[in-house]
Ligand binder design. Sequence first.
Ligand code: HEM
Length: 597
Amino acid sequence: MLSERLLDNAVLVKLQLAISKVGTSNVLFGLLAIAATALVLDYAHMLYLRSRMPPGPFPLPIIGNTWMLPDHKPWIYFEELSKKLNTPLITFWIGRNPTIWINDAWCAHEIFEKKAQIYASRPRMVVFGELGSGQSNLVTMQIRNQEEREKWRIHRKLMHIGVGVQSVRGYRSIQNNESKVIALDFLREPKEYVKHLERYATSVVSIIAFGRRVASYNDPIITEVIALMQLAAELNVPGKTFPMLLETFPILAKFPRSMPWFKGLGHRGQKGGHYFFYTLAEEAIEQYAQKSPAEQASMPKPYVKTLFEEAEKYNLPKNELSGLTSNLFGAGADTSSSTLVSFILACCAFPDVVQKAHEELDRVIGPHRSPHWDDSPNLPYINAFVKEVLRWRSVAIIGGQPHSPTQDDDYKGYYIPRGAWVQGNVWAMHHHEREFPDPDRFYPDRHLEGNDHHRPFPNDKGYMTFGWGRRVCSGQALAEQGTWVTVARLLWGFNIRKARDPKTGKEIDVDIFAFTNGLNMRPQPFPCEIVPRSDEIREAIEREGREALLELKVHDGESRYRMSTFYQQQQKKLKTKPVVDDKGSVTFVKVYKMHGT
Ligand code: HEM
């Protein structure tokens, strides 16, 4: 110890002597010269990369183009930039990181689909990844080596077991019944239409994951999960203010969480944050075990039970298991309900298409029962209507998370470096006049072959709402299935139109551009009128709703836990707190003195 200190002192003394010999100002000058040279070299490297990459605005040293980002809705800015520079791909520097924005569906197809193997990774994301669930969650998982690729494959596979194309047919009765309950709720309380749609979407994923239904829109799981997702969606939009500025200066993320630039992040990424969903999963497995064999036979096995059984094969730690469960809520509830809110807005803004849908439904279905997936081959206009709902105001407006190439790539002579952010601008793709003439018009006919607005598109579906390639949305089949039956049923059952001012009797206009700013966008609140189309239809809705509630009874149940109070309660009641080890496993340590107790 003593010898080390003597040595340290000797080094310091030597340094002081050397500085006094050379002169303090010369030393400062030297350091400045080194810093300036590093800056110039770094900037020269940025400019060299820029000369090889897709075009974009001129970056400044260190801050790149960050300062140019608009305060809101950067997807519109990138669409405009792409038109102005006449290029489908834009390079935009977030600090020293080049990000590539794809503004054209054909390019997205060529890059993300045709080169899916190398575009399967996510880039380094500080706010959403490193300060969030990072490598423990499929959504943000990076693939930088073979080990990470293997882990990502296992997660995709486990997600696929839960909500892949084969599994979702087994969830039809859940979605069908829950959407009948929306129709019943619309009869009772039409003004609360947003809450009914949120309850539906949360209940469907809750039944699939936990076997437990969400019966009331006051259930905190709805408000808490949706609020959490909306915060995450807002945080994840590229921006020039904190916390997104951490992407420009990742070094700031190394400072203690008390620093002001973490303000607005909430509890993101704090250790043990996943433990809530793990506890819900354990509770659900317990509750399932308590059901009678007849009850168990009448419902799909909760996903968490299958997941826990499968996970043993792969030795998955608890935080990863929890991530897989929470993804159903995180990725599935807000997205599905926001899509349906946009559908209601479209009905109010474009009454002519609603009338056309009614004509087809009256002709094919009639008033005594609501439509079902089996009717789909006879309902071409409704099929086109649902496609247009998914195209017109796609909820994941920048295609969710960015992709990132696992090796350097060349696209039509442009260099795309390994690890770069590559973001699909779905707004620009779905808004391109070449594919979608008059793009802001909600016009289902454009999806019907032979229509003068029908245009070629790189895929058969006619939209890119669910992302691309190996990272395409795991819940796509479930979301499409649910959107179809709900849109078809609500169109069949109701006149959905603009509300009227009670004093003047005049229609209240809706704004088709007033959407939230998050990367999962939904319309800003708007009033509307939702009334059953006839007495016969009303009776059918009531009858079907009652039957649906009876069938759903097997999923009734309560959870003992609430996200907002969960951690405090755990600490106070059990006097333990979850501690996560390096592998992500949770153990409980006794807390002897509780803060505030
Ligand atoms: C209308 C509803 C939905 C929309 C528009 C939507 C859209 C998206 C998009 C755009 C992505 C990113 C794709 C990419 O990176 O290329 C994504 C990823 C994902 N979605 Fe969805 N989603 C919806 C519903 C759901 C549902 C219901 C679930 C689960 C039950 C789900 C689970 C996931 C998961 C786990 C990922 C991450 C996949 C990965 O990174 O490998 N989504 N979703």
